[in-house]
Design a protein around this ligand. Structure first.
Ligand code: AHM
Ligand code: MG
Length: 330
């Protein structure tokens, strides 16, 4: 990989790294540039979300007479619009849409499939806490112009790229093509993402856990016992939970920690989706030296059988994930 310094623009980083890839057509660079553009557009709306009451209630008209969309609908539309005409995707799948979207006939189709949770953590929009767009990118394997579900119903290890845009106190684009995880921070004064976190490594032994502990009585009793054991003060564990997977994952990626969303009585397969949440973040976790499991096998080895399939998720420090798997299989 070429040598980069902090402050490198996202565009230069993409051009220099992707050009070096064997057989590169340039489509992935274009795709990621469009992701950055959509991320900036969504970010602009997220920044004004608190003003929705003044500028017009969601679902109503603002003072310019424009229809004010819900932010998650806006994010879904914005990413799709940024990608459909760029000649880089042959299918887009979204947590917000029941069915996959194919590229309209008047645009050229490309070789990639983009899967996304357009606005993860959407219950946090009103609280000004971190939310984000999570995405995974597959290369098409099926024949013909259009993508097909079989192109994404594959093991997460076959992802070409995964990442997220985090709309938080600052706005970041974090991505990996398998070789390291890199973070770019948006400088709002110039509207560019700059490399700020080169080769992020998941700290192996940091003691922080992120989960909705209110559900713990519904968990597997072995997991409950593990959690109770962490509370021994001499072990030095802390709890950190925002309730936005993307925000919790990012915190743990940068500072160390483990996130868990086990099955509950209401959600027998957990709540999180394989294609839009578990697989992309597992791809990043492993590329940063961490791990992700469903409690029995690595997330990246699981093959989903439907677009919206859910999975239990244990993700973060390799050591902590391994311990959870051990506990669940004891
Ligand atoms: P969303 O994609 O509809 O926002 O739902 C997923 C979110 C995750 O970001 C988060 O980890 C989880 O739901 C929180 O769920 P809970 O409120 O059950 O703790
Ligand atoms: Mg989500």
């Amino acid at each position: 990989m070429p040598h980069f310094e902090e402050g490198t623009t996202l565009d230069r980083f993409l051009l220099d790294t992707m050009r070096a890839r064997p057989g590169a057509t340039g489509q992935l660079v274009t795709l990621l540039k469009q992701v950055a553009l959509a991320g900036k557009l969504v970010n602009a709306r997220v920044q004004r979300a608190g003003l929705a009451g003044m500028l017009g209630a969601v679902g109503g008209m603002n003072i310019q007479g424009e229809y004010v969309q819900k932010l998650d609908v806006y994010a879904n539309d914005t990413f799709k619009r940024a990608l459909e005409h760029a000649g880089v995707c042959c299918m887009i799948v979204s947590e917000e849409d029941e069915e996959q979207m194919l590229i309209p006939a008047d645009y050229e189709a490309g070789e990639y499939i983009f899967s996304m949770d357009p606005l993860d953590g959407s219950s946090n929009i009103d609280t000004n806490a971190s939310i984000g767009t999570i995405f995974g990118i597959h290369r098409k394997v099926s024949a013909g112009r259009d993508g097909a579900p079989a192109d994404v119903l594959r093991a997460g290890r076959e992802l070409v790229c995964a990442g997220y845009v985090l709309y938080g106190a600052g706005t970041m684009l974090v991505l990996s093509t398998g070789a390291g995880v890199h973070g770019f921070t948006l400088d709002p004064s110039v509207g560019e993402f700059f490399l700020s976190h080169l080769d992020i490594r998941l700290q192996p032994s940091t003691r922080a856990y992120s989960c909705n502990e209110a559900y713990s009585a519904q968990w597997d009793p072995r997991l409950q016992a593990w959690l109770a054991g962490l509370k021994e003060p001499s072990l030095g564990w802390s709890a950190r939970y925002i309730g936005s997977l993307v925000g919790d994952f990012h915190r743990n990626l940068v500072k160390g920690g483990v996130f868990l969303y086990p099955p509950t009585a209401k959600a027998r397969q957990g709540k999180l989706r394989m294609l839009y949440e578990a697989q992309p973040l597992a791809f990043l976790a492993e590329a940063a030296g961490g791990a992700a499991s469903d409690g029995h096998m690595p997330i990246l080895d699981k093959v989903p059988t439907s677009l919206h399939e859910r999975s239990p998720l244990y993700i973060g420090n390799a050591e902590a994930v391994a311990r959870i798997v051990e506990v669940l299989n004891s």
